[in-house]
Write a protein that binds this ligand. Structure first.
Ligand SMILES: Cc1ncc(COP(=O)(O)O)c(C=O)c1O
Length: 479
């Protein structure tokens, strides 16, 4: 008779949480009235006569996609019901054949692994900079890209714009380079659906010349979780190639609640996007001013960037370094939720990251400020306690690639103790926050430096993603 999932959702909802996380509609506050007043149970259908077919649309879905394309200045837009993840899979598969090179930054989201496994492409990594004080990776210098692009076999470049921490690099410059060598530029703009609608925000990827872009409309655009869209900006990425992978990977019963929420979010962004962001940016500025007055906190701003690759920052993504409190970001995130009902999007060893989106009210932002002021006071009282020791965010050197991620992934695999994995071919991706980069990809050799780093990660309790054993006692290796 138990309903544990519903119980835990209700427990969260009854706390009247301050939602500084995705989805950007914030518990319905910024959900389009069309959705709020809609008959959601009655709309929960899938492809029926008269409702079109996501995989071969020529009716309502086609019309809704066309309106989204018009809004973003795209040649074509695909609606997605499995997040930006499936869009990244489709774009890598559409641009890269087995053995082709895909150039991408080491801090790309782990969804790229699915695209690499599906396509058999060979990743060539660009190393992002570490933003001092905050310890996360963002942007990359263009020199290495300039060396790589003239090489034969480079099938596409993938950029992340902005990264999880809201930082953007010189995408216009990257786009110009890609154009010069006729290499398609595909962009993971999961965190940038809103950028196009306000001049105070960094420019969006399509305006900067990207050939194809995927956006998580659920994160900052007001749609339901999992609802994303994929725009083609030019003809350089073949529409039919993308469509066929989406047909392969997406469900044959797409949720019309998700599709409807994309349509409604598009209409809302078109009609009110600018005004909503005006208001949000005011709240953001006030919050920034208040937070910078709290001892022990540093709030990310443009002034912390700009050495070579990381150039600008979306101020609606609040990144607060809590190192000065002698507490880890995890601990601060935990105290915010447990003590104050303030739920941030993410905490890493050094920072807490809050997503402010059109559904964020002034009171929500003030609750964050009050809670952090309290936590700062408390931490200063406990200043004599031992401080957290965290491995350097620079991470180990990128290990040698023995085979492609696809071959390593499809090989027979087993788990071996981390300490005994030296020289083996890794069978999984292991990403650590911070720096938010992959420490190792499938197909790479497990070097002594990687083992040493992962042992430090394990000892300091840093979170890692992608590994079958997140406690890092064992690692999957390919035979
Ligand atoms: C940079 C980046 N890209 C892609 C994704 C995947 O997006 P989705 O959750 O819409 O599948 C995420 C998710 O957090 C992300 O942070």
């Amino acid at each position: 008779m138990h309903i544990p999932l519903i119980d835990s959702l209700e427990k969260y909802r009854r706390r009247n949480p301050v939602r500084l996380h995705v989805p950007g509609h914030k518990g319905g506050q910024a959900l389009s009235p069309v959705m709020r007043q809609g008959d959601l149970p009655g709309w929960d259908v899938t492809e029926l006569e008269g409702l079109d077919d996501l995989h071969n649309p020529d009716g309502a879905i086609a019309a809704a996609q066309q309106l989204a394309a018009n809004l973003y200045g795209a040649r074509h837009t695909f609606f997605l019901v499995n997040g930006t993840t499936v869009g990244i899979h489709a774009l890598i598969s559409a641009t890269c054949a087995e053995g082709d090179m895909l150039v991408l930054p080491r801090n790309a989201h782990r969804s790229v692994l699915g695209g690499l496994v599906l396509s058999g492409a060979r990743p060539v990594f660009l190393e992002p900079e570490i933003v001092p004080e905050f310890g996360f990776a963002a942007g990359f210098g263009k020199d290495r890209l300039k060396q790589l692009l003239p090489r034969r076999g480079v099938a596409a470049v993938l950029a992340v714009h902005p990264c999880y921490y809201g930082v953007v690099g010189d995408l216009a410059g990257v786009s110009e380079l890609c154009r010069r060598y006729s290499v398609p530029l595909i962009v993971d703009e999961a965190h940038g659906t809103h950028l196009r609608f306000h001049p105070a925000l960094p420019a969006d990827a399509l305006s900067l010349g990207a050939d194809a872009v995927v956006q998580s409309v659920h994160k900052t655009g007001g749609a339901f979780t999992q609802a994303s869209w994929l725009h083609l900006g030019t003809g350089r990425v073949q529409r039919e190639q993308v469509a066929r992978t989406l047909r392969l990977l997406q469900t044959s019963s797409p949720s019309y609640l998700l599709l409807a929420s994309l349509d409604a979010a598009r209409q809302q962004l078109a009609r009110h996007g600018g005004d909503m962001l005006d208001e949000l940016l005011e709240i953001t500025q006030e919050t920034l001013r208040e937070l910078t007055r709290i001892p022990g906190l540093v709030v990310l701003g443009k002034e912390h960037l700009g050495t070579c690759g990381a150039l600008d920052h979306d101020p609606t993504r609040l990144v607060v370094s809590v190192k000065g409190l002698g507490l880890s970001g995890y601990e601060v995130g935990r105290r915010l939720a447990a003590g104050y009902g303030v739920y941030v999007e993410m905490a890493d060893a050094f920072n807490v990251v809050a997503v402010l989106a059109p559904g964020t009210g002034r009171e929500d932002a003030r609750a964050l400020v009050r809670a952090l002021a309290d936590i700062s006071l408390e931490a200063r009282r406990d200043a004599g306690l031992p401080r957290v020791v965290i491995p350097s965010p620079a991470g180990p050197p990128v290990p040698p690639q023995v085979t492609t991620p696809r071959r390593a992934w499809l090989s027979p695999q087993r788990s071996v103790p981390l300490e005994e994995s030296r020289g083996r071919v890794c069978g999984e991706i292991i990403a650590v926050y911070p720096p938010g980069t992959a420490i190792i990809y499938p197909g790479e050799e497990i070097t002594p430096e990687v083992i040493e780093y992962l042992l430090q990660v394990r000892a300091s309790g840093l979170h890692c993603q992608g590994a079958a054993d997140p406690a890092l006692r064992t690692v999957r290796v390919a035979d």
